[in-house]
Design a protein around this ligand. Sequence first.
Ligand SMILES: Nc1ncnc2c1ncn2[C@@H]1O[C@H](COP(=O)(O)OP(=O)(O)OP(=O)(O)O)[C@@H](O)[C@H]1O
Length: 952
Amino acid sequence: MSESEELNITVAVRCRGRNEKEIEARSSVVVAIPDLTGSNEVSINTTGETGIAAQINSKTYTVDKVFGPSADQQLVFESIAEPLFQDFIKGYNCTILVYGMTSTGKTYTMTGDERLYEGELSEGAGVIPRVLFKIFDALDDACSDDYMIKCSFVELYNEELKDLLDDVQDASMPKKLRIFDSTSNHNSITGSRSSSTTNSPKYAESHFSGSSFNSRRRMRVSSNVSKRPKSPVPRTSFTTDTNSAIHIQNLQEFHIMNAKEGIQLLQRGLRQRQVASTKMNDFSSRSHTIFTIMLYKKCDDENFRVSKMNLVDLAGSENISRSGAQNQRAKEAGSINQSLLTLGRVINSLADKSAHIPFRESKLTRLLQDSLGGNTKTALIATISPAKINSEETSSTLEYASKAKNIKNRPQVGSFIMKDVLVKSITAELIKIKSDLLSTKAKDGVYMSQENYKELTNELENYKTEVQECKRSIEKLNSQNAILSKEKKLCSEMNESQKIKVRNLGSNIEYLYDKIDRQHRNEQELSNVVQDLMHALHAMQKSLQVYEDQGQRFQTEMEKVLYDNIGSFRNSLVQEIEKLKGNIDENSIDVDVNIDFVSREIFRLFESLDSSSNEICQKFAHELSIQTPKQFKEIHEQVETITSVVKAYSSNLMTHLSSISEDYNNLKDYLNEHFFKNNFQEALDMHVERTYHQLRLSANSVFTQLRELMNDHLENNKNSMMQSLKHAASEVVAKEMGLLDPVKQAWEKSLENINECDKLTNDFESNMDTAVNGVYSKLDLARGWSEYTMKDVERNLLSLRDLSADFRNNGVINDNVGSIKRKHTLLRAQVQNSANYMQAATQKFGEIDQSIQDLLSSQAVPQLRGEERIECLLEQLNEKPLKPLGPSGKTPKRITEHRNTRNVDQLLPPRKRSYSNSPIKEIDGNRRTISPTKRKVVELGDPIEPNSEHVE
Ligand SMILES: Nc1ncnc2c1ncn2[C@@H]1O[C@H](COP(=O)(O)OP(=O)(O)OP(=O)(O)O)[C@@H](O)[C@H]1O
């Protein structure tokens, strides 16, 4: 192979077996890898089909080598890494990249198990440890002493470079790694002996700074090199070449003397990465790492060939959304993808042979610039998963790999460095170390060169400043800590007091809940009492209605009796008297005719008789016609008076009843609408609001004041709460009483009204008694007058009897007298009729009296019922006293005076009277108790015994 020959980069695919996760997910294998060593085809079926269909629809990629799950580390190394390694030994710059999604085996392939077992690698060791071992084996086998090997380990994370071997660097001031491209200004010293220096002092520093103070630095250089200790320190780049020179400023490179030292460096770098990984969580799959081995190998007497081997473990190429990256992760994934995308574009551009290759668009591509499309020999191992769940990424990786397959490099043997230059650089390091050593030996204590001393003094000053700053920070932190602990203490105290307060509040709330429950029970009881009262009121209203009906009926009855019966009776009486008068006149005329007929005979004898009879009859008629209307007029007046009294009574009764009904309606409305509702709720709400407000105020003051104020505050709080409760309770009671007062007054007024009704009833009764007695006395008078008249008539009849004896023997007279006698008999019968009629009249009056008595009696029945109801109500009231209604907890008292001071029984309408001392009269064979008035009526109503002496 000539140095300018184009060569495609080697691309291999390594597919691992399904891991546990994929097996658990029962994700089928979609990647088909021929089970042949050295196969270069890999197929993937993303359609989900199986069998022949799967084979037909699979996509096949051709690469240089394909490794299946059975391929071990040794095979991969031998197949891919070892050819490159041979070129590396020859002086070529080589790069091996591993690319693929996470957990597909990139790190496994590149590093694997790096541990040494009794100084030997395990089978799981990856490319890097194997290269490290291989290089020393190869060089030792060649019996070459003139070589030097250095290593560096860098990580690229979020487009930031980190030296993984710099484990002593100050975390606060990390050395910034920068990519330095020396293409433009480097001086090629290839084949030149010129000792030209670079313009950039840092350029040399980048290669030496890491090793100049490193105690572990080792060099395996030929003895020739060490024989030139006095050469000046060269500030020259020794990694220059004709094409490019990508260097990382400040990146430390460590000389290694054997594979074990290389492995140790690798492990150190991996530890650094591990620390970052634990901090950053899955850091490994987020970052790119490059382990570089540099070989300085003598190619002739004057020159050393320099070759580099970059072993690159790229970040996972998984899709961002699938990796679940968010925020920081998304940023990481973004930058990773930025690098990988740029890498992809670079690969595409290189594959397409574009004029512009976007190397500078990401640090990764800048670092890999030499390896891709440059003069480096490059191999790419694409690691894939066989599982269906990763088929998308696998396809993408395979696409990537097959593209990369088209990249052509123009590998060239690496640059070389003149032996002198190399020796000078090493000598400079040695001089510096020696000078430090001499300074140390010359004096006691710590000695060093002036330059180192200055550096150290500066560092010391820096440290002092830092210490001062740290002290200040510590003081500040301490004071903050003191404040915080004080605050914490205060907070915990406050917390405690708050807890106590919460407990107290809890018990207060419990108490209030109890109280509210009791209030509820009271309310319930009250509502029950009110219910009972309502029932009682209803009953009373009914009773009053009955009263009213009875009064009405009574009035009607009275009017009927007084107007109809008595009027009709009076009319019939007047008619009877008129008739009697007529009969008497008519009979008198008849008697006169007869007397005239016999007068011729006994004119003289009968003249006196005639005149006296005439006189008597006229007098009787006259008296009758005068006395009867007068009596009836008086009776009529009495009845009129009674009627007016009854009317007044009924109107009064109606007034009082309506007022009572209004009062009870008001009471009912109040009890229904307002009793213990609004004001109670209002007062309670107000109280709760006030208590809450007060508690909030007190809570604020608790927060602003210290603990010692708490007890006072709690005491005040308690007192004020108690006062507030008392105030609220008294307010409720006062309000309730204030609202109850008018009702109470109405209640008392109602009782007064009842008393008034009672009084009126009594007055009415007494008036009625008086009026009826008046009627009876008038009737007595009439009876006396009748008796007197009757006696007068009897007296005249006796005188007539004497006269009649004289005429007994006179035939004509006898005939005429007989005729007169018959006519007198007729007259007597008529008088008898009149007397009977009078008797009937007195009976009528008796009936009237009876009617009145009956009415009064019938009036007493509902009264008794009403009384029973009122007694029942009073009993209910006595059973359930309305305690909360008044401050004394007693129900309002009823009036207890007689008439004005009556007891409860006396408040009621009078009971039906019993006349225990009244005489007992046998009427129609039944024994009855009768009132004195009744007795009179009965006596008056007795049938008039016919005179035992008949007028013959
Ligand atoms: N070919 C293989 N044979 C045996 N085990 C393997 C193989 N490839 C990968 N593994 C195992 O799979 C796991 C994941 O591999 P590894 O860490 O190398 O993946 P990775 O691609 O580097 O992941 P990341 O990108 O997250 O760093 C490891 O436990 C490793 O041992």
